[in-house]
Design a protein around this ligand. Structure first.
Ligand code: SAH
Ligand code: SF4
Ligand code: F3S
Length: 451
């Protein structure tokens, strides 16, 4: 029998999954496996899956089908499904795809080594029971050398009526400020420049940690955490996602305005611009409250970039209610908006409601919303024309090798003529010469001066 030596990971879904994949890759590296770019050359194939909408889930099955066929020819292939579909389907996945060796939920990502050993002993393993997430002692294999994800809180305790996340990611578990800072210090030593703190509901950070005051105020909030980590040497930019309007408070906004490393970009999903819909979604805020949050951010940071997520065609959504979403988008002017047609998900309350909106209507609303989003984003981009922006260079422009690319503090993707070897990881001042809805092109200011 040959020992498997190469692995491939395909990642679906959100930033949490990307961060989990990097940690799982680190574990496999430590075990002596090496990365294979081509899944068909790999002995261990891991799908880190997403089930937020039905189309995300279906994509996984089509990928899996192909590898299951390959395994029928070559039994030495090890097939793993990790992530949110694994958690949702558990044992049923084995019935659907008997070729699978390991099904593991997101809370088990750090345990991949142990689980794989059980597989090597000849077992078919399902790991989906809720567990306390062990502090991560493995070294992630990070995709970038410049920007890194740092988990601060796992899970979600909200109960939005459309959403599978609490069911698949489990209850909130915050890492301690000391552990988070230690990870960031290590990143700083390795030359990383930017950290994005991650949580499904990052504003809930710390509420499960011991140390609340008798009045019920938590000692450890996201705001406290930002003050605690902002001076980590080497780290020049800090971002965080995802924020929940229910908890996004003025103290946090003031901290962001005060702390120079915290970038002026906020990702605060609103989901709907209609109060009745927000109530049916159990979101716990009104569109007025959402508008007040954005107004406060813009009062203290006039140039802040705002992005969000929105759902169209949630059960019961009337044309008039949809118009309220359009109106919010029109009024706020988002720099970017992720939009989706509502998808009924197993185990969520709204999936069982009878007042579902037809697929045709959802598609039509999605198109109308997307058209508006593009118009507004293009308008927002205009403000960058002729301005000098700080761009953290991450990579070469894959479409034009003479250009490098990076992001502004407001998270706009920006291209300019440059030299990746000299500029990777540098913050370069760039004069913006061309603007598009979701990206910018410019010229470095230094080069302009010497020409
Ligand atoms: N924790 C974040 C978002 C998590 S999921 C928050 O509270 O906003 C990412 C996005 O997927 C959500 O913001 C929502 O817009 C979308 N989404 C979640 N469930 C969905 C469903 N059933 N159908 C369509 N979109 C959904
Ligand atoms: Fe899902 Fe709501 Fe939790 Fe976001 S806050 S992950 S939408 S349940
Ligand atoms: Fe998808 Fe799971 Fe993230 S369902 S969006 S990968 S938390």
């Amino acid at each position: 029998m040959t020992t498997p030596r190469k692995y491939h990971i395909t990642t679906f879904g959100c930033q949490m999954n990307k961060a989990d994949s990097e940690r799982m890759a680190g574990i496999l590296d430590d075990m002596g496996f090496s990365w294979s770019e081509d899944p068909n050359q790999a002995d261990v194939i891991l799908y880190n899956t997403c089930t937020i909408r039905d189309n995300a889930e279906q994509k996984v099955y089509s990928y899996l089908g192909r590898q299951a066929k390959r395994k029928q020819q070559d039994p030495n292939v090890t097939l793993i499904v990790a992530g949110c579909v694994a958690q949702q389907e558990g044992q049923q996945l084995l019935r659907r795809v008997p070729e699978l060796d390991l099904v593991m939920g997101p809370q088990h990502a750090n345990r991949l080594g142990d689980l794989l050993e059980q597989v090597m002993d000849g077992n078919q393993v399902v790991a989906t029971e809720p567990i306390h997430i062990m502090e991560d002692i493995t070294k992630p294999r990070r995709d970038s050398k410049i920007t890194a994800w740092v988990n601060v809180i796992y899970g979600c305790n909200e109960r939005c009526t459309y959403c599978v996340v609490p069911g698949v990611r489990g209850v909130e578990q915050s890492r301690t400020p000391a552990d988070i800072r230690a990870e960031m210090e290590e990143l700083g030593r390795q030359g990383y420049k930017e950290v994005t703190l991650l949580g499904q509901n990052i504003d809930a950070y710390g509420r499960d940690l011991p140390g609340s005051t008798p009045e019920g105020r938590h000692k450890h909030t996201l705001t406290d955490l930002l003050y605690f980590v902002h001076d980590v040497p080497g780290i020049e930019r800090i971002r965080f996602a995802t924020s929940h309007p229910r908890y996004f408070n003025e103290r946090l906004i003031r901290a962001c305005a005060e702390l120079p490393k915290v970038c002026e970009h906020f990702h605060i999903p609103f989901q709907s611009g209609d109060n009745e819909q927000l109530k049916a979604m159990s979101r716990g805020y009104t569109h007025q409250k959402y508008r007040r949050i954005i107004a406060k951010i813009r009062e203290l940071m006039p140039d802040a970039a705002i992005s969000a997520d929105a759902i169209v065609g949630f059960p019961g959504e009337t044309e008039e209610q949809f118009q309220n979403t359009l109106k919010l988008v029109e009024d706020i002017g988002f720099d970017q908006l992720n939009t989706a047609a509502y998808s009924p998900r197993p185990g969520t309350p709204a999936a069982l409601w009878e007042n579902q909106v037809s697929e045709g209507e959802k598609k039509d609303r999605l198109q109308r919303l997307n058209r508006l989003v593009e118009v507004k984003a293009a308008e927002r981009s205009q403000r960058y024309t002729d301005r000098i922006e700080e761009v953290l260079v991450e990579d070469i422009n894959p479409k034009d090798q003479t250009q490098v690319m990076g992001r502004t503090r407001g998270n706009r993707l920006t291209f300019f003529t440059g030299d990746i070897n000299a500029q990777k990881g540098e913050i370069v001042k760039v004069k913006i010469t061309e603007v598009r809805a979701f990206s910018l092109t410019g010229e470095p200011v230094e080069a302009l001066v010497t020409v």
